[in-house]
Design a protein around this ligand. Structure first.
Ligand code: KG4
Ligand code: ZN
Length: 346
């Protein structure tokens, strides 16, 4: 079964063909990051307009790289939410039009569950149940994946998402957007234990996250020392130690708590399988720390390559394969939604 996936929830216009949920035939990602960089973050209105321009050529390229036409495609999958409403609407409207014109069924996909499915592409043997830490620009969740389409939340952030914590501080110190990859890069030159930033914990074994206290502490640190990063700090030969140590220590504060709680969630739920997903899953320190901590507890650790961690359409096509071919499979009332619910675990 060949599924054409379409993703436009934020600032990547993406299209991909995936066979049987696991084999990627093409994976086209047209990133708008260079454009939004000028503004220090994603401008929703600009993102939506750029999706309109890019969607047709992106889908055409996905078909041509897969050496397919629409006749070879069995269904169209599209991110229905959560995300930026104007950006989502572009993908959903386009996918609905294409489904109507081609007679193909349409499968709306929850973006966050799509991130989880990136693991199915990289690990063809991986099947639920397992625990998944999903850390992206808008979400930080630990979920229990009971079945392909059945998730329950074990922990969530009470305020900022992990990706936001990277992006906001990157902007504050002058590294720019997107913050995660830039802090990751500069952190490689520094000492992660040079400075200790606060960690928020909640009582009674609650595994939720909170990054707002950490963010404030980091802002105070930057202001008090008048830290200002620039292009020199992106190079090992010219980087200034205080900037590198700050980035490494701040990054450590985020990835330490994420990895610690993900492992705790596995221990509490009795799962021996832990997957990592979402844009922050591309972070080198998080990947390494989770690898080490999972191994120390006999937990099997899964993480997709960075290109499948950040927004892409292959993960959407993969997830769609596991969704029920319902009677309203090709329904045209499928809407885009800023927030889509995931049930809580009792
Ligand atoms: O999943 P994603 O591509 O989009 C959303 O669904 O939000 O995640 C984007 C987030 C951004 O906050 C970005 O800074 C972060 O993922 N990110 C990283 C890295 N690469 C992307 N954060 C830390 N380290 C990275 N290497
Ligand atoms: Zn995402």
């Amino acid at each position: 079964m060949n599924i054409l996936g379409i993703e436009t929830s934020c600032d990547e216009t993406a299209a991909s063909i995936v066979t049987d949920g696991r084999i990627v035939r093409s994976n086209i990602i047209w990133s708008q990051a260079d454009l939004h960089k000028l503004f220090g973050g994603v401008v929703p209105e600009i993102a939506a307009r750029k999706h309109v321009e890019a969607i047709v050529p992106t889908v055409r390229q996905a078909l041509s790289e897969a050496e397919m036409t629409l006749d070879d495609v069995d269904a169209i999958a599209v991110t229905a939410g959560p995300g930026l409403i104007g950006a989502l609407l572009t993908g959903v409207s386009y996918a609905k039009g294409l489904a109507k014109a081609s007679g193909l069924p349409l499968i709306p996909v929850h973006h966050i569950t799509g991130h989880v499915a990136a693991n199915y592409i990289q690990f063809p043997e991986l099947e639920p149940p397992f625990v998944c830490l999903i850390a992206s620009g808008g979400h930080s969740h630990i979920v229990y994946v009971e079945d392909y389409a059945s998730f329950s939340i074990l922990a969530r952030t009470r305020d900022d998402a992990a990706g936001e914590a990277f992006d906001k501080i990157s902007r504050a110190i002058g590294l720019g957007y997107p913050g995660g990859p830039l802090i990751d890069k500069v952190a490689k030159f520094g000492d992660p234990h040079k400075y200790v930033f606060p960690k928020t914990t909640f009582p009674d074994g609650n595994l939720d996250f909170s990054f707002s206290g950490l963010k404030t502490a980091a802002l105070n640190f930057i202001n008090q020392r008048q830290l200002k990063a620039d292009a020199r700090d992106l190079d090992a030969d010219t980087v200034r130690p205080e900037i590198a140590d700050f980035c490494a220590s701040y990054q450590y504060a985020i990835v330490n708590v994420l990895s610690e709680r993900a492992v705790e969630a596995c221990l509490a739920s009795g799962s021996k399988h832990l997957a990592l997903a979402g844009g922050v899953a591309a972070n080198s320190a998080l990947r390494q720390l989770l690898q080490e901590r999972s191994a120390a507890h006999g937990i099997e650790f899964y993480v997709p390559p960075p290109v499948l961690c950040t927004d892409n359409a292959a993960m959407i096509a993969s997830m769609a394969y596991y969704l029920e071919p319902m009677s309203d499979y090709g329904r045209l009332d499928a809407k885009a939604s800023v927030a889509l619910p995931v049930k809580e675990r009792e």
